[in-house]
Write a protein that binds this ligand. Structure first.
Ligand SMILES: Cc1ncc(COP(=O)(O)O)c(C=O)c1O
Length: 334
């Protein structure tokens, strides 16, 4: 599988019924800060006191990022199932894979990461961190979503054959159960910042937006598609269907598909501009794949009136910075 074609997420095969779900394990540092961003607000066309950044890039474990909240739920299931090894998959620069390796280390488990692509001659970015955390890497050049799932199952079987207990975490770490991590984030945000009109977040495998929609309502969450899945609306609906009390109509979901550009792995001009803007106004670094697209989407929403000049707006910084150092667009930014 190429880095630009990650497979759709699906519930883990080893998921337990909702009634038997364990409490999340704590892997991060909570609550994450919420910071006003007046210079970025003004540059984006908002009133100076109308924009905040929710710093989930500072979530603690393994370089931080949104995957930590989801892993708190997935890892609780893994521990309840007696797992010895977390097995997951992703693109070579997957932030989810890196944080799965870090979570496994924190919990005294092993990790196997199935990465869709050619093994590069030189490890960079997230790959270096995967190796530092002791993950076992399995490469799958030219992988389709189906082949990647088969390879994950093959790796899980190898763990069983060796006397271990594998626990498979789905691509991107997204399931209806792990999405509860972002329902928690929505609740945390409401405590920190009452009266929020919009939360803008990158959409990859979908559980981050799903959890926010579950706690904040569909009308307040804008997901900026990164091109990671073919049909983000359907992906989101499936995730929400599996969350008790969270089902919403697809028509009410706010997913912006205007920032995908030439594809998931490409650095779009809008993302490059957003990275420079965040760095030069607030000293905040974004990643080229997710958070830069999310900020570019936020700016586009202000420009066309979907976000009003005085609307209280939160930009959710979901981390991902290590991916910058393994991204093909890096020379254009340097
Ligand atoms: C840095 C970063 N932000 C946002 C996302 C999107 O999160 P989700 O997959 O829950 O949609 C990802 C997913 O890989 C990510 O790595």
């Amino acid at each position: 599988m190429a880095e630009n074609a990650p497979p759709e997420s699906r519930p883990p095969e080893n998921a337990q019924p909702a009634s038997a779900q364990p409490a999340p394990v704590c892997l991060g540092t909570w609550p994450t800060p919420v910071e006003p961003a007046p210079r970025l607000a003004a540059a984006a066309g908002l009133a100076a006191d109308a924009l905040w950044i929710k710093r989930d890039d500072l979530s603690g474990l393994g370089g931080g990022g949104n995957k930590v909240r989801k892993l708190q739920y997935s890892c609780a299931q893994a521990l309840a199932a007696g797992a010895t090894t977390l097995v997951t998959s992703g693109a070579p620069q997957s932030n989810h894979a890196r944080l799965t390796a870090a979570a496994a280390a924190r919990l005294g488990l092993r990790s196997v990461l199935v990465l869709g692509g050619e093994q590069p001659a030189l490890s960079q970015g997230n790959l270096v961190l995967d190796r530092l955390a002791g993950a076992q890497l399995a490469w799958l050049p030219g992988a389709t979503p189906e082949r990647l799932r088969d390879e994950v199952e093959r790796q899980a079987q190898q763990v069983r054959d060796g006397g271990g207990v594998p626990y498979v975490i789905p691509f991107g770490g997204s399931s209806s159960f792990s999405a509860r991590g972002y329902a928690d984030c929505g609740t945390e945000l409401l405590d920190q910042l009452p009266g929020i009109d919009h939360v803008v977040v990158a959409f990859g495998s979908g559980a981050t937006m799903a959890g926010l929609v579950a706690s904040l309502g569909a009308g307040r969450v804008i997901g900026i598609d990164t091109g990671a899945v073919a049909d983000p609306g359907a992906t989101l609906e499936t995730l929400l269907d599996g969350m008790p009390g969270a089902a919403v109509r697809q028509a009410d979901l706010r997913i912006d598909r205007g920032q995908v550009g030439a594809g998931y792995a490409e650095l779009t001009p809008g993302a490059a501009a957003a990275m420079r803007l965040a760095a030069r106004t607030e000293g905040i670094f974004l990643d080229p794949t997710y958070t830069a697209r999310a900020l570019a989407g936020l700016i586009a929403c202000v420009a066309d009136g979907r976000i009003g000049h005085r609307d209280r707006t939160v930009f959710l910084h979901t981390g991902g910075l290590p991916g910058l150092f393994g991204h093909p667009g890096l020379p254009q930014l340097a």
